[in-house]
Design a protein around this ligand. Structure first.
Ligand SMILES: *[C@@H]1O[C@H](CO)[C@@H](O)[C@H](O)[C@H]1NC(C)=O
Ligand SMILES: *[C@@H]1O[C@H](CO)[C@@H](O)[C@H](O)[C@H]1NC(C)=O
Ligand SMILES: *[C@@H]1O[C@H](CO)[C@@H](O)[C@H](O)[C@H]1NC(C)=O
Ligand SMILES: *[C@@H]1O[C@H](CO)[C@@H](O)[C@H](O)[C@H]1NC(C)=O
Ligand SMILES: *[C@@H]1O[C@H](CO)[C@@H](O)[C@H](O)[C@H]1NC(C)=O
Ligand SMILES: *[C@@H]1O[C@H](CO)[C@@H](O)[C@H](O)[C@H]1NC(C)=O
Ligand SMILES: *[C@@H]1O[C@H](CO)[C@@H](O)[C@H](O)[C@H]1NC(C)=O
Length: 406
C-alpha cells in the first residue's frame, strides 16, 4: 500500500491509522498562560498536557515525546520567546472523560497556570472546550477529519446533464472495523443495485485496511469477486499528516528528519505499537504554532504596557492577542503548511487515492491552503474516459474539504 509515510522507515497500516484517528475525536490545544514564580533569567510559561497514554487512543505515547522535542528546540532558539522558557506538565487522561475531568480541574485550580495541550478522545475534547470558554482560554484545534460521522459522502454519475447523487450516510462513532463492516454492506448493495461501473465514481472518506472489501463477512452475501467488481475505481481521500515534500520548515527539520528524531526519542519502540505515531507531526507543529504565536504577541503586548506573564483567567485582552496571533499562523511545519481557516480549523493537505486493479494508488494531492490540486495523471476510469472529471473532482473536493477541515 502506498501511503503518506512511505518514504520514511515506519510503516503504519491504513487500518492502524484509521483506528487511531477514528478513536480520537480531535486534538485540542488548550491554551492557558501563567506566569511564573520569579526565577533567575527566563520566565517560565507552562503547558499542561492531557495526553492519553493508554485507553482507546493512547496517542500520547508518540505525541508527548513529539511535543517535548518541539519544546526543546523552541527553548533553544534565541529568536523565539528569548525571555521565556516553555515547560510541559503532563497528565495521562487515559482517554477517559471522567479521568480527564478530574485532571482538568487539577490543571485549572493548581499552580502554576498552564498552557494545556490536549489530544482528546471522544467526549474529552468537548469537555475541555466547554471548560476553556469559562476560563477565558483559547482553544486551538488541530483536527484531522476523524470526527466526521459520515462514512459515505457522495456518489456522482459522470453524466453532467443528469447528476444523480446517491448519498448514503452511515453514522458510526465506534471504530474502524465497524466502518469497514458498514462499507462492505453498502458496497454489497451497490453491487446488487448495479450502482457502479462507468457511470459512477464512488468517493469514500475514511480509513480502511487495504483489503477491506475482500474480508469474509457473514453480514453480506456478496462474493469477494462481486465486491471487487463493485469497489474498483473508487476514490478515497485522507489527510496528510506528514509533509510529503522535503522542505526545511520553521524548525529547520524536514519531515524525514523529524521522523528519525522521533524514532530516536522513542528509543527503538516499534512505531506501529506506539499510539499516536501517525499524529505526532501534528503535536509537534501544534507546539510550534503556539510558540510562534506567543512570540508574535510580545511586541503588541509591550505596546499596550502588557506582558505575557500578566495573563490571568479574567484577562481578555491578552487572550485575544494570542488568539489573533494563532489565527494568522502561517508557517511550514513537518505536517505541511500550518494555516487556519476562518473557523479556526487547520487547513491541511489531502492525499487522493484510487483503487486500481484491487490496490490503492496515489493519484493526487489537494492542498486546501493553497487551493492547489496536483494531479499525477495516473487515474483510471472504467469504460469511457472521464470527460467530466474536472467537474467531478471539483464537486468532490468541495464536498470533501467542507467535511474534512472543520
Ligand atoms: C542549542 O543551541 C546551541 C547553539 O545555539 C547548540 O550548540 C546546541 O546543540 C543546541 N541544543 C539542542 C538540544 O538543540
Ligand atoms: C519572534 O518575534 C520577534 C519580534 O518580537 C521577531 O523578530 C522574530 O523574528 C520572531 N521569531 C520568529 C521565529 O518568527
Ligand atoms: C442475499 O440474500 C438475500 C436475502 O437474504 C437474497 O434475496 C439474495 O438473493 C442473496 N444474494 C446473493 C447474491 O446470494
Ligand atoms: C458474484 O460472484 C460470483 C462468483 O464469486 C458469480 O458466480 C456471480 O455471478 C456474481 N454475481 C453477479 C450478479 O455477477
Ligand atoms: C538547518 O539544518 C541544516 C542541516 O542540519 C544545517 O546545515 C543548517 O545550518 C541549519 N540551519 C539553521 C539556520 O540552523
Ligand atoms: C481570523 O481572522 C479572520 C480575519 O480577521 C476572521 O475572519 C476569522 O474569523 C478569524 N478566525 C477566527 C477563528 O476567529
Ligand atoms: C501546486 O503544487 C505543485 C506541486 O507540488 C507545485 O509545483 C505548484 O507550484 C503549486 N502551485 C501553486 C499555485 O501553489
Amino acid at each position: 500500500m502506498v501511503h503518506i509515510a512511505s518514504r520514511s522507515p515506519p510503516r503504519v497500516t491504513r487500518a492502524a491509522r484509521g483506528h487511531a484517528m477514528l478513536l480520537r475525536a480531535s486534538l485540542i490545544v488548550l491554551l492557558l498562560l501563567l506566569w511564573p514564580r520569579p526565577s533567575a533569567g527566563k520566565k517560565k510559561l507552562y503547558i499542561g498536557a492531557l495526553f492519553p497514554m493508554s485507553g482507546g487512543w493512547p496517542g500520547g505515547q508518540a505525541c508527548m515525546p513529539s511535543a517535548q522535542m518541539a519544546l526543546d528546540l523552541v527553548n533553544n532558539r534565541s529568536d523565539i520567546l528569548p525571555d521565556y522558557e516553555l515547560e510541559l506538565i503532563h497528565y495521562d487522561s487515559m482517554c477517559d472523560p471522567g479521568e480527564a475531568t478530574k485532571l482538568l480541574y487539577d490543571l485549572l485550580y493548581t499552580e502554576p497556570i498552564k498552557i494545556v495541550l490536549m489530544p482528546g478522545c471522544s467526549g474529552v475534547s468537548t469537555l475541555v472546550a466547554e471548560a476553556a470558554r469559562m476560563w477565558n482560554l483559547i482553544v486551538l484545534t488541530i483536527q484531522p477529519p476523524v470526527s466526521s460521522p459520515s462514512l459515505f459522502r457522495i456518489a456522482i454519475t459522470a453524466t453532467l446533464h443528469n447528476p444523480t447523487r446517491v448519498q448514503l450516510s452511515r453514522r458510526c462513532k465506534d471504530c474502524g472495523a465497524l466502518y469497514e463492516t458498514e462499507a462492505r454492506k453498502v458496497f454489497c448493495e451497490v453491487f446488487k443495485e448495479k450502482l457502479y461501473g462507468k457511470k459512477y465514481v464512488w468517493f469514500l472518506i475514511g480509513w480502511y485496511a487495504d483489503n477491506w472489501f475482500k474480508i469474509k463477512d457473514p453480514a453480506i452475501n456478496c462474493t469477494v469477486e462481486n465486491m471487487t467488481e463493485a469497489v474498483e475505481g473508487h476514490v478515497t481521500t485522507e489527510i496528510v499528516m506528514l509533509n510529503p515534500e522535503t522542505v526545511r520548515g520553521v524548525s529547520n527539520m524536514t519531515s524525514q528528519e523529524f521522523i528519525a528524531a522521533l524514532m530516536s526519542r522513542l528509543g527503538g519502540k516499534n512505531p506501529e505499537e506506539t499510539g499516536g505515531f501517525q499524529e505526532a507531526p501534528l503535536a509537534y507543529d501544534a507546539v510550534w504554532a503556539l510558540a510562534l504565536a506567543l512570540n508574535k504577541t510580545v511586541a503588541p503586548l509591550k505596546a499596550k504596557g502588557r506582558r505575557l506573564e500578566d495573563f490571568n483567567y479574567n484577562n481578555h485582552d491578552i487572550t485575544s492577542e494570542i488568539y489573533r496571533a494563532l489565527n494568522t499562523s502561517s508557517f511550514e511545519g513537518v505536517s505541511g503548511q500550518v494555516v487556519f481557516d476562518a473557523q479556526g480549523s487547520r487547513m491541511a493537505m489531502t492525499l487522493i487515492e484510487q483503487l486500481q486493479g484491487g490496490s490503492y494508488k496515489k493519484i493526487g494531492y489537494y492542498d486546501s491552503s493553497q487551493k492547489n490540486l496536483s494531479w499525477f495523471g495516473n487515474d483510471v476510469w472504467i469504460g469511457a474516459s472521464m470527460p467530466h472529471f474536472l467537474t467531478l473532482s471539483a464537486v468532490a473536493l468541495t464536498t470533501t474539504s467542507a467535511q474534512l477541515f472543520f
